[in-house]
Write a protein that binds this ligand. Structure first.
Ligand SMILES: Cc1cc2nc3c(=O)[nH]c(=O)nc-3n(C[C@H](O)[C@H](O)[C@H](O)COP(=O)(O)OP(=O)(O)OC[C@H]3O[C@@H](n4cnc5c(N)ncnc54)[C@H](O)[C@@H]3O)c2cc1C
Length: 384
């Protein structure tokens, strides 16, 4: 029987944003096709990798605190319904040095929104986590109920659940559409044509390649390297209940405990060089290896000689300031641009999918911060 090729909505990109968009649209009764060039949370995608932090703290950016809290509820519902325990409640620890402005803003926002957290002064930090060198750190905020999502598997689970709700999921690369007014159909690189009423391009780092004139200078894919350090045999000081996920913005490093016995994960959050997500090398660089090794030895002295047991190279898909992008294509009224996760988008997948669905169906107000008009061609990172 010939495949059905006419849909209410075609979602292009099965990363965390596209997967949850397809899921919400299917829940609202829409006929949806979900397409990905390489597969859901494939090794090149930003949603790949084993783990992602989900935290509520966002300084004064309350919208993301609210989205994160809502998303965690939806993630948990999905994991319960599918019997996939893919959230670890490790807690998330924010750390501040002399400049604790962002921590104070986070304190105020979490209080206002009603997210529980615990203030930790230096003596409390030293006593709770003796395996960490807190030099230069003055205070912290512990979000005890935040933690870590098993990223790649969580996206696969969302896609599988979307399929069980009727979504047609296919591996196919979609060609750049050229039209004005309404777009009637898209073509894949194998020559197939698919028609839909609405098209959602949730292409992550590829948005600038799919729409070079419009987004080539507005989405900044940057190289990010991730390291896993093997913990000493029999040592549980870096296990899930001994160490939370943590972020120390002054150092621009973040990390998480030894989850599923893969080692202590650590990465430099600073934006790396500009890259092409199709072709960039996935082998870590000697310079970043050295930098990360030194940092681990400094902050986690017991891991001074720990072996690197795994590495990953990924890319952030940054907008000019870190706010997400959800807007109509200015020349194609039924084409939506969705992305700009900017190194912090994973946790928000469920809320993002719900928001996009509301926009596509015209049933929810638009958030001005996510508009295309706010996406500049020069970077000033402010949201993370
Ligand atoms: C190292 C690293 C650490 C991170 N840590 C965190 C964290 O701790 N917490 C957090 O919340 N976020 C984190 N993030 C950010 C988060 O992972 C991303 O913001 C999020 O995954 C982006 O999802 P996406 O769906 O927009 O993009 P992607 O996952 O990249 O998905 C886009 C998809 O589109 C497909 N595609 C592209 N072009 C086409 C086409 N023409 N046709 C068909 N398919 C196409 C691609 O194959 C890809 O699968 C991190 C990111 C990285 C790289």
């Amino acid at each position: 029987m010939a495949a059905q090729n006419t849909f209410d909505v075609a979602v292009i990109g099965a990363g965390v944003f596209g997967a949850w968009t397809a899921w919400h649209l299917a829940k609202r009764g829409k006929r949806v096709v979900l397409l990905d060039a390489y597969g859901a949370a494939n090794a090149r995608a930003s949603s790949a990798g084993e783990t992602r932090i989900i935290r509520m703290g966002y300084g004064g950016d309350e919208i993301y605190t609210r989205w994160s809290r809502h998303s965690l509820d939806l993630w948990k519902e999905l994991f319960t319904a599918t019997r996939q325990p893919l959230f670890h409640e490790t807690g998330v620890l924010w750390l501040a040095g002399d400049d604790d402005k962002r921590l104070s803003e986070t304190h105020a926002t979490l209080t206002h929104v009603g997210v529980p957290f615990q203030e930790m002064d230096r003596p409390a930090l030293l006593s709770a986590y003796p395996q960490v060198n807190f030099e230069g750190i003055k205070r912290g905020i512990l979000e005890a109920h935040s933690g870590v999502l098993m990223a790649r598997r969580a996206v696969a689970t969302a896609v599988a659940d979307a399929v069980s709700r009727g979504v047609d999921y296919r591996i196919a690369k979609v060609e750049t559409p050229t039209s004005s007014g309404r777009l009637a159909s898209i073509r894949t690189n194998t020559g197939e044509t698919l028609s839909a009423g609405t098209f959602v391009f949730a292409c992550g780092s590829w948005l600038g390649k799919v729409f070079p004139d419009l987004l080539g200078s507005r989405i900044f894919p940057t190289r990010q390297e991730v390291f896993f350090f093997g913990v000493p045999a029999g040592d549980t000081r870096f296990a899930v209940h001994s160490l939370p996920a943590w972020l120390f913005q002054d150092d621009e490093f973040y990390g998480m405990p030894d989850i599923e016995d893969r080692g202590l994960k650590i990465a430099w959050d600073h934006h790396g060089e500009a890259v092409d997500p199709d072709t960039q090398s996935r082998i870590v660089s000697p310079a970043m290896t050295e930098k990360t090794r030194k940092y681990v030895a400094y902050r986690f002295p017991a891991l001074k000689d720990a072996p690197i047991v795994e590495t990953r190279v990924c890319q952030y898909e940054n907008t000019s300031n870190g706010d997400f992008l959800v807007d109509r294509h200015p020349q194609m009224e039924n084409v939506w641009l969705v992305g700009g996760g900017s190194g912090h988008g994973f946790k928000h997948g469920p809320a993002m999918g719900e928001y996009v669905t509301g926009q596509v169906l015209g049933s929810a107000p638009a958030e001005p911060r996510l508009s295309l008009a706010t996406k500049a061609t020069a970077q000033h990172r402010a949201v993370y």
